[in-house]
Design a protein around this ligand. Structure first.
Ligand SMILES: [Mg+2]
Length: 394
């Protein structure tokens, strides 16, 4: 064992760390121990797959030979010992490793991760699904399908690409879509993706307010904490954000400035299960709810559900089943041996009872797909330009 690792008895020594690039756009992490345990994590950073694979060269070199039981020691070492810290790349890599270590610990002790986090505070987690694509359209028909599938809440992109200040017709159409979806008896959340800027985001939030959206997500870019706070004071709609914030440190100014009502850390970016749990507790202190972001793969969803079961301020979980980024042969259930673990009933997914993350990954399929996927260009998001040729937010 390296001298920098703590010594424990009955340790499970990390013998191998692997990453797998798999369709549609995910990066899975597999950690194996010398005593035969295997844990899975997810480090998907959409559009930056090679950067995470690069970060893992260091994590493999550093942590092979360490005690897999030392989750917090490994987290602290990965976060602090290399001088540079935080940000999407380093934190997404650490997230996948952390999730895999929690999976291993649960399997070693024969309990679900939620037991290790203090036990359940609920029996099931409320979930929502996406309707429409990057360009919102046909959300009314798509919501009918989601209702039949058992969902009670859907989320959609609010607007198409937008100029810095654009035609008010753009936001009038967005409000109309929300009204139509709600007429089906469903709750509707809207995601701005930071596409609007301050002047128009305020205008949109005011116009949408009477429709009682479930929440409004990323109404501004994550760099605009003061402007978020102004918006939160201007409307009664719950303001959500956090998929592009990493660690408690990034969330801190949002909480202190009363800028958020719903924190949306992504377990594959924010620092894994360890940090998601800590952000949830920090949010609770400020009376802020937790709705983990997860348009990603099944391992990320499983990790979110484990935390959602164990924290009091959890409200709802995003799930990527049939999201527009997935395909019929690379969807949320594709890599699971038993997809029933994520069955949606009356808008909820029941607490998994299996050890660790409570899912079983079809490893043979992961290896088969990864072999092909590695030879192909990784997924990238589209680049959008307006009518005048200028760059717009995606
Ligand atoms: Mg979002």
């Amino acid at each position: 064992m390296p001298s920098s690792s703590l010594k424990t008895s009955k340790s499970s020594i990390i013998s191998k760390i692997e990453v797998f690039r798999v369709p549609p756009r995910w990066l899975f992490v597999r950690v194996e121990t010398a005593d035969g345990l295997v844990g899975w994590g997810e480090s998907t950073l959409e559009g930056h797959t090679e950067a995470i694979e690069g970060a893992f060269l260091d994590l493999k070199e550093t942590f092979t030979g360490w005690d897999a039981d030392g989750i917090e020691d490994i987290w602290q070492h990965a976060y602090r010992s290399r001088f540079y810290r935080g940000g999407p790349v380093l934190m997404s890599a650490l997230s996948g490793l952390d999730i895999a270590l929690w999976d291993i610990k649960g399997k070693k002790l024969g309990v679900p991760v939620w037991q290790l986090l203090g036990g359940k505070v609920r029996d099931r987690v409320k979930v929502y699904a996406w309707v429409g694509g990057d360009h919102p359209s046909a959300v009314f028909e798509a919501t009918k399908v989601r209702k039949e599938q058992g969902f009670t809440v859907v989320k959609m992109n609010a607007t198409d690409s937008a100029g810095w200040i654009d035609s008010p017709a753009l936001i009038e159409a967005a409000v109309k879509r929300v009204r139509e979806v709600k007429s089906l008896g469903m709750d509707a959340a809207v995601d701005l993706h930071g596409r609007l800027h301050k002047g128009m985001a305020r205008q949109f939030a005011k116009l949408l307010e009477p429709e009682l959206p479930f929440f409004i997500e990323e109404p501004l870019l994550p760099t605009q904490v003061e402007e978020f706070a102004d918006l939160a004071r201007a409307v009664s709609t719950p303001i959500a954000s956090g998929e592009r914030l990493f660690t408690r440190a990034d969330f801190r100014p949002y909480f202190e400035r009363r800028a958020l009502d719903i924190a949306q850390p992504d377990v594959s970016h924010c620092g894994g299960i360890s940090e998601l749990r800590r952000i949830a507790s920090m949010a609770e202190t400020y009376d802020v709810a937790l709705a983990p972001h997860s348009p990603l793969g099944p391992i990320a969803l499983a990790a979110c559900i484990q935390v959602g079961l164990a924290v009091p301020n959890f409200v709802i979980q995003e799930m990527s089943w049939q999201i527009h980024y997935n395909s019929s042969d690379a969807d949320l259930f594709t890599y699971l041996s038993d997809p029933s673990v994520f069955s949606v009933s009356n808008g909820h997914v029941a607490a998994p009872e299996g050890p660790g993350l409570g899912i079983q990954i079809n490893e043979a399929l992961v290896r088969e797909r990864a072999e092909v996927c590695f030879t192909q260009p990784p997924w990238r998001n589209a680049t959008w330009r307006g009518e005048d040729g200028s760059l717009r937010e995606w």
